[in-house]
Design a protein around this ligand. Structure first.
Ligand code: ZN
Length: 105
């Protein structure tokens, strides 16, 4: 594996036309993307938030950034945040209920 394989954005154009980008596993390690990003194929990423697959073969990492800043994705992100708050709220209620039951017994 050569290092040139990991980055298509800064690759100089030589004999061949522009190389296609491939999905890099270390994108999944980035906190900003790990919550929604999944690898679909070598040239495609999947967003679990929007439930869409998009190609990264032309823009690579930039395609992730673009997707992340899309309106649809932002909307999805805010819904997830709301759900998280809701879930923790319900969990708290359950805990309180259990405490009450314990106290009654
Ligand atoms: Zn998305």
């Amino acid at each position: 594996m050569s290092s040139s394989e990991s980055d298509c954005e800064s690759k100089p154009l030589k004999k061949k036309p522009r190389r296609m980008c491939v999905f890099l596993d270390n994108w999944l390690k980035k906190n900003t993307y790990s919550s929604w990003l999944q690898k679909s194929s070598e040239s495609e990423a999947y967003c679990s938030l929007c439930r869409v697959t998009f190609t990264i073969k032309y823009e690579g990492f930039l395609a992730l950034k673009k997707h992340q800043s899309s309106e649809k994705h932002k909307k999805g992100l805010s819904i997830v945040k709301q759900n998280k708050i809701m879930n923790s709220f319900f969990q708290l209620k359950i805990v309180q209920k259990q405490k009450i039951l314990l106290a009654l017994n």
